[in-house]
Design a protein around this ligand. Structure first.
Ligand code: PLP
Length: 362
């Protein structure tokens, strides 16, 4: 056989792909869905880019595995010890690391409560970990009796507060009951990706009392650094130690650690808090304007930087705005009812553009 024969012979690569990956529907990230527009309100990003300069010129060297300055600053910001903090490639990597460290494929399960963030499901599916879905109650709170009935084989319970895509906070008393229920059996992973928009609602202080509580955080939202890919796991040392065993040797590129450290400096934190004030002001105005529109059925209360809106039937809001280059996130499938759209709070001008476009729909 000469070399050109080898190259030309057909081969079904797909038959080599793991079966669960063959069947997998990948996460439909905002970027993957695409769109062409100039108003991007579909990924819960901060609408204005912050400016940073690199301070380190050491790209010939591997980075620190867990950059001390980033860890120390985040620990101080969160009111924890450095040993209670792990930094990773976004909160998304943390979601997966927990599964890799704690769940036996084809044996253990994760449990989550839809409608919620899609990556808990996708990661478990990719890794061949069983999945238990316990839908939230009609008011998007935890259905504790149903969770209790489904705890068998569950090692990780993912909950999200403020919840994406609904925007509501989970009732802390329910989380306390969940922690009691899960004690000795499973970790409760509380995703606080949006907590900076409602900082008084963080449950980070509960880490002192609950060895099986894990909190996820990110620089992608209030810190305006979604492109940096930097997130944090907050937990007690035994959990962090287990994650350290499975994380990549150099999860954060040197420029990422450099910028993350700056974002967590005193000035960086002050900027983040300014972002939150700006967003919360825009949000109040935007919600008031939305609530007055005849095509709006309900604007759900939100503790985050996005708002879930139920529009009147058959107005085709998502598609109409998409066609105008205003990219929102259709949530009808996730919520299981038609005409639900999630809108990220943008700049004041972007919010006004949305309102004008909605007013034009009859
Ligand atoms: C609830 C929730 N958790 C985690 C993430 C992922 O965060 P990161 O950008 O840090 O990976 C997102 C991103 O949209 C999110 O909405």
């Amino acid at each position: 056989m000469n070399s050109s024969d080898e190259i030309n012979s057909p081969m079904d690569i797909n038959s080599l792909v793991r079966q669960n990956v063959r069947q997998l529907t990948p996460y439909q990230s905002a970027r993957r869905i695409g769109g062409t527009g100039n108003v991007w309100l579909n990924a819960n990003e901060y609408p204005v880019a912050p400016h940073f300069e690199l301070t380190q010129q050491t790209l010939n060297r591997y980075p620190e595995a867990q950059p001390a300055q980033v860890i120390n600053r985040y620990a101080q910001y969160a009111g924890l010890l450095p040993e209670q903090v792990l930094v990773s490639r976004g909160a998304d990597e943390a979601i997966e690391l927990l599964m890799r460290a704690f769940c036996e494929p084809n044996q253990d399960s994760i449990l989550y409560c839809p409608p919620t963030y899609g990556m808990y499901h996708v990661n478990a599916e990719t890794l061949g970990i069983n999945i238990k879905k316990v839908p939230t109650t009609a008011d998007w709170q935890l259905d504790l009796p149903a969770i209790e009935q489904n705890l068998d084989t569950v090692k990780l319970i993912y909950i999200c507060s403020p919840n994406n895509p609904t925007g509501n906070l989970l009732n802390p008393e329910d989380i306390k009951r969940l922690l009691t229920m899960a004690h000795g059996r499973a970790l409760v992973v509380l995703d606080e990706a949006y907590i900076e928009f409602s900082p008084q609602s963080t449950l980070v202080s509960w880490l002192a009392n609950y060895p099986h509580l894990v909190i996820l955080r990110t620089l992608s939202k209030a810190f305006a650094l979604a492109g940096l890919r930097c997130g944090f796991t907050l937990a007690n040392k035994p959990v962090i130690d287990a994650l350290q065993k499975v994380i990549a040797p150099y999860p954060l590129a040197t420029p990422v650690a450099d910028i993350a450290a700056q974002a967590l400096s005193k000035d960086g934190l002050a900027n983040m808090r300014l972002h939150v004030t700006n967003m919360n002001n825009n949000k109040t105005k935007f919600i008031t304007a939305l609530s007055q529109l005849p095509i709006v059925k309900k604007v759900y209360p939100t503790a985050s930087n996005y708002v879930c809106v139920h529009f009147k039937a058959d107005k085709n809001v998502f598609q109409t705005l998409w066609d105008k280059g205003i990219i929102l996130r259709d949530q009808s499938k996730a919520i299981g009812k038609q005409d639900y759209v999630r809108i990220t709070i943008g700049t004041q001008a972007e919010c006004e553009t949305v309102i004008t476009a909605l007013k034009a729909i009859h």
